[in-house]
Write a protein that binds this ligand. Structure first.
Ligand SMILES: [Zn+2]
Length: 269
């Protein structure tokens, strides 16, 4: 299958994130969690022969959350995909709900939603699949589309379960419709569930400085350099090149960057 994995939500120009934030309740930031695991899901699926693209909205560019819709739909609908899967996490008003849900609109979507739901429900409380007519990713995409509310980001109990299990593998197996035995674990020293080794060349409190470093990297041939944000009480703009599930690959990139004169470190996130 030709698949696109999309991460729900974005970080707006103002620095605020449009997703649910479970951190005040002992949980996780929905957007950050999904952004962290999406490449791992993709690697598992590629390992069993699917062609997979990952779509994450640009950070610090959109003025409002509705800008995400146009950005994603244009790319999803022009890519000739058989399947789109958008990653979300749930949240509840009283921060006391738990479990997994998979959303679909079409019959084909229902089949995939059920497959993923079956895998997720081996770990999380099973809230079932749901047919939804009021979500643009389900309404306005040409491909079969499924949206996953993998667990509740504001439930510390759900987040503790997610920490112990390879959630990316569950999602990949659900999409694939069968067990996956090869994937990011091969090649030794895998990052724990959803964690990636990122090679970082700088962290700045001023956006322009991060931009300058990114431009320098790109000039020297590191075309994949990107900026991510980290909210550590103060917002940091981190310049990174690559996100790897196998540490040896991150080490190789670090050496390459150091040779080119950059002060590279490996960070796990
Ligand atoms: Zn969401």
């Amino acid at each position: 299958m030709k698949i696109i994995l999309t991460v729900g939500h974005s970080i707006l120009k103002t620095g605020s994130c449009t997703s649910a934030d479970g951190r005040p309740y002992g949980g996780v930031l929905e957007y950050a969690y999904n952004k962290n695991i999406v490449n791992r899901v993709a690697e598992y699926l590629r390992g069993v022969g699917h062609k997979v693209d990952v779509l994450i909205c640009p950070e610090l560019q959109f003025k409002r959350s509705t800008d995400e819709k146009a950005y994603k739909l244009q790319r999803v609908n022009s890519g000739g995909y058989d399947l789109a899967v958008e990653l979300h996490l749930n949240a509840s008003a009283l921060h006391n709900a738990r479990g997994c849900e998979s959303l679909y609109k079409t019959e084909k979507g229902k089949k995939i939603a059920q497959q993923v739901q079956n895998r997720l429900a081996t770990v999380f409380r099973n809230r079932g699949i749901q047919k939804r007519d009021n979500l643009y990713m389900l309404n306005s995409t040409k491909s079969t589309t499924v949206m996953l509310e993998t667990f509740f980001c504001d439930s510390s109990a759900d987040c503790a379960l997610a920490e112990k299990k390879d959630v990316a593998l569950l999602i990949a197996e659900g999409i694939h419709g069968g067990t996956i035995t090869c994937g990011p674990q091969e090649g030794g020293d895998p990052a724990p569930s959803g964690m990636l080794y990122r090679v970082q060349t700088g962290a700045f409190t001023i956006w322009k400085n991060a931009e300058k470093m990114k431009a320098e990297l790109q000039k020297k041939g590191f075309r994949d350099a990107f900026i991510t944000t980290a909210d550590l009480g103060q917002l940091f703009y981190r310049v990174q090149v690559g996100a790897f599930s196998v540490k040896a690959n991150a080490e190789a990139m670090k050496k390459k960057l150091q040779k080119a004169g950059f002060d590279a470190v490996i960070v796990r996130a």
